[in-house]
Design a protein around this ligand. Sequence first.
Ligand code: 7RM
Length: 657
Amino acid sequence: MSDPAISNNIESHLVENRVFPPPAEFAQRARVGSLAEYERMYRESIDEPDKFWAREASELLWQEPWDQVLEWKCPDARWFLGGKLNVSENCLDRHLSGPRRDKVAIDFEGEPDDRRTLTYAQLHAEVCRFANVLKARGVGAGDRVLIYLPHVPEAAISMLACARIGAVHSVVFGGFSADSIKDRLADSGAKLIVTADGGWRRGKIVPLKANVDAALKDGDGQVEGVVVLRRAENDVTLKSGRDVWWHEAAAEVSADCPAEPFDSEHPLFILYTSGSTGKPKGILHTSGGYLVGTYATTKYYFDLREDDVYWCTADVGWVTGHSYVTYGPLANGATVLMYEGAPDTPDQGRWWKLIEEHRVSILYTAPTAIRAFIKWGDKWPKGYDLSSLRLLGTVGEPINPEAWMWYRELIGGGRCPIVDTWWQTETGGHMIAPFPGATPTKPGTATRPFFGVDAAVVDDAGVEVGPNVGGKLVIRRPWPSMLRGIYGDPARFQQAYWEDYKARGYYFTGDGARRDEHGNFWIVGRIDDVLNVAGHRLGTSEIESALVAHPAVAEAAVVGRPDEIKGQGVVAFVTLKGGQTASKETADALKKHVGTSIGAIARPDQIRFADALPKTRSGKIMRRLLKQVASGQTVTGDTTTLEDLSILARLQASGEE
Ligand code: 7RM
């Protein structure tokens, strides 16, 4: 903490009072205004889920009403059966008949400080036009479209255009590499790619189109077309017959595209996320349930008001950007701020300047960003007027109390409730979080479940454990925005989420947690081989595969180690092939290689060369030991199955590379 006054203030808070009741003024206006009200509504949602969800769903526009709220044959859930809707109509057309027509839907600022606003009427027109571009290029209902764009309005426009015509989008984060695009293309079978010449990040151009070209260099496969947005104006090559400029294609079609009805269970998108084994999983979400879930959670957890300026800092390439930049806020008719670039460009005050100038009232970001700001110093936020803020949110990883207190005091001025939201790509929307006008908060806990969410901490047999006992976090009944499967891999869907508690029909989250005596959930983090680096999910196995694909590497084991800013850092233990030297040059080459094969976020922070990896007699790498070695702890626990005890000593002695 760079400011001693704040530091003392925070310490006294920690000592005197760690519970923060919702501010009275906030509670008075809030949709859920007291803990008793939350408890009453939660009870109702659990006792009569159909009634609860039908009420939420009926706030949306259905072209045909559903005749059954839920059909549950574990692990297959179907919500709002028989109902038909158009997701884009709900996010756009639904707002056009009243004053929201001319309300700003997207308030965009690019990294180079270019600005653009789109009202709901304008956004609607752009989406309809782009839906017609997709149609003209042969995209129809059920077809997959890969979106690889910077964080610009066209990302939301292309997602909504897909939704409008029933096409299934698969957004690939712009920070991912050509190889990642290639894998996702192959898995999803997308026939069209939407990309841009480039996007801005830290004053440099991210060469998106060039990455797409590299992904397609061995042949286009099933890809029939590439639509290219002009954004950074860098030079790109367009392959004739396959590639077209967005603006040219859009000029040729009309802005009239009626919203067709789609079945509630019609697929909406596939989003790839890391698992504990193998390649990323294509998480499949469908229309009705997903929209109801993101609509309701956005409404209640951010307690949205008509005049809010809402800013979620996540990129559309992640689930947070799907649910809480695009679908949830637009379904609620909110004004969404979208910022393209880095938080430290041109300087470390950029975010606070954005908040001051756009009068942001709701800020939703990740603990890793907060920790970076703490490091950069209090002078940055203190130099701007942040008085427009009324609510703060966090997502992506457990938040450490110091970051929570800093966020509350320095950013929220001590007056804004903090909504710590626990959820996953798979859950589609928020699952555990405080209601800003009702739930007393404590730094570090996401508190209690959303309506209809039956979360519990259980032991290996699936039996709920007592207060303050650690266990596995499960969800004991279906919820509308839950994943409907892993695209093209039902066996993996079963195995990854349902196998552990098959008989009981519980969804296993992959997280460890405990619940305190007040019913608050404290999420410990992943208990599988998934890392959380700067709020982003990465599979250790993906990084290991990238490493062993390098010609110098014989074997690799990747683990996480605590990192002050990123939460976790990546440490790779590597054994080299004969004739290779364990040098700084080799380590740098391997780091670079992981960066190009997955993306910069997966780059190991440290490569540790070893002449062997610690294994059990049956040949399994002992990750527990490696984690301890990586974080500099003394290795404890059972090492008797270790094949060669001297390996351990050599590993601990192996220095930083
Ligand atoms: C939204 C998102 C999911 C994993 C999840 C957790 C961790 C997310 C919190 C959190 C503690 C939180 N989707 N996680 N939010 N842990 N408190 N508020 O992050 O699919 O990319 O990651 O992230 O481990 O399982 S995700």
